[in-house]
Design a protein around this ligand. Structure first.
Ligand code: HEM
Length: 441
């Protein structure tokens, strides 16, 4: 499968395609890895696709991932790429900024993601995790994906926003997020009433109003939540966020954290249910460990379970960029203005780097195997380069705190032979929401 990469510009290959979107999307829906293997073998290491109202250059493999994400020549831009999908709804979020402006804002935001800040977020989230999980015992016909989604949103409102909301207000904000996130996959990409796009635009307004309403009190009173931290965050140069920056970044952060963490935990729960021996090992580790910040950050086996679950199901399955000038990837010509994509979801199933890639095996992340070190980009579920996820440790803390509580209070299972029906058209999610049998320990 690996091609010899030409060195001079004259030798560059022309990318084949475009494949037409709908048949491709349908096959993607059924079996994304196999479908991509087939088209990669047939058309080459870079392939044009007509999907989501544009032409995408799908770039396969770890070398392409490294070139695009590390972006040494500063050729690939995030803003125009992500804006196409989520721009009007998540405008000026950190991930949508580029180059000097991105660096400037990232340096400010970093102040809200220090180790000390993590400890404080952890302290805020623990009681809510306990009360949230205690309620699961009464849920009839529990579906893990839904339970995690609700819990993550509740936690986000506590640890991110730090504002007490009644049930109706929570539901309104929840709906606004869902509408804003869904809007990116709308087929009609204009403000036509009734379309997901129009709902996304309305949702953005709801969210802006919500954050602007609460902002003065946050600036005045401070607090241990992320919203308050962004209000006071300063880079080493003393730069800080304006009100509009805080609102834009908060809306983006909630989105960036919510579905990704939900999917990660669902994947962990799914694999631990399918492989109960791993669930028992993780439980033994959790029972032997404390639940304070230092203890949960040392849950080594759980860390490997999380990474392996992320490898098998990357919450952000595809990372888009736009080429700001003509360049090449994998020896193929990429014209100026082209949309390129890197797919962690696909690349994480490459047997060259991940032997037996469909098998759930957390030990592949342990010494001496360390398959995640088989290539600089072998594992890029959190991206790579300057846009690498700033919330990676936050996600780790939250997931571990939740799984520590979950493993020590419940046992869950799925019927023998169950395989979750994964939908991959936008962000991955199980179409059946992952029904499980959940028992108190
Ligand atoms: C397991 C959960 C998560 C996964 C798998 C994940 C994945 C990613 C990926 C792949 C990117 C890079 C996107 C790109 O290069 O185009 C990214 C960026 C980002 N993530 Fe996460 N994320 C997770 C959780 C979080 C959380 C909890 C937060 C916030 C608290 C967060 C905030 C961000 C931000 C702000 C960026 C943009 C960084 C930049 O452009 O400099 N993420 N994430």
């Amino acid at each position: 499968m690996t091609a010899t990469i030409p060195t001079s510009t004259a030798e560059l290959r022309e990318v084949r395609g475009p494949l037409i979107g709908l048949p491709h999307l349908l096959k993607m829906r059924r079996d994304p890895i196999r479908h991509n293997d087939v088209v990669r073998a047939r058309y080459g290491e870079v392939l044009k696709l007509n999907v989501f109202g544009t032409t995408l250059y799908a770039c396969y493999g770890m070398d392409a991932a490294e070139q695009i994400l590390i972006n040494r020549d500063r050729v690939f831009a995030n803003g125009p790429a992500w804006s196409h999908f989520i721009g009007p709804f998540f405008t000026r979020g950190l991930m949508l900024l580029d180059f000097d402006e991105h660096l400037h804002d990232r340096r400010i935001m970093q102040a809200a993601f220090t180790n000390d800040a993590m400890r404080r977020y952890h302290a805020v989230m623990v009681p809510h995790i306990r009360t949230g999980l205690a309620r699961w015992a009464d849920v009839k016909g529990p579906r893990m994906y839904e339970l995690f989604k609700d819990l993550t949103l509740d936690l986000a409102l506590e640890t991110f926003v730090g504002v007490e909301l009644d049930a109706a207000e929570k539901a309104r904000i929840n709906k606004a997020f869902i509408d804003a996130v869904r809007a990116g996959t709308s087929i009609i990409r204009a403000n036509v009433p009734g379309t997901p796009w129009a709902k996304g635009l309305a949702a953005r307004q709801v969210l802006e109003e919500f954050f602007y309403t609460h902002l003065p009190a946050k600036r005045r009173d401070g607090g241990d939540d992320l919203f308050a931290q962004l209000c006071t965050a300063r880079s080493e140069n003393g730069d800080e966020f304006s009100d509009a920056d805080v609102v834009n970044q908060m809306i983006f952060l909630l989105m960036a954290a919510h579905d990704t963490t939900t999917i990660t935990m669902s994947s962990m729960a799914y694999h631990l249910a399918r492989f109960p021996e791993w669930q028992e090992k993780a439980r033994t580790e959790a029972l032997a460990s404390g639940d304070d910040f230092d203890a949960i950050t040392h849950l080594e086996l759980q860390d490997r379970v999380m990474k392996e679950s992320l490898r098998l199901c990357s919450p952000v399955p595809s990372l888009p960029r736009v080429a700001t000038k003509e360049t090449s990837v994998n020896g193929y010509r990429i014209p100026q203005g082209a949309f390129v994509t890197v797919s962690p979801y696909y690349n994480h199933h490459d047997p060259q780097y991940w032997p037996d890639p469909f098998t759930f095996d957390p030990d592949r992340f342990a010494e001496p195997r360390r398959e995640d070190h088989s290539h600089r980009m072998a594992f890029h579920g959190f991206g790579g380069g300057v846009h690498k996820c700033i919330g990676m440790y936050f996600a780790g803390v939250q997931v571990r705190a939740i799984f520590h509580e979950l493993l020590t209070t419940y046992r869950w299972s799925v019927p023998a032979g169950y395989e979750w029906p994964m939908d991959l058209v936008a962000l991955p999610f199980p179409r059946d929401r992952l029904p499980v049998k959940l028992e108190r320990i």
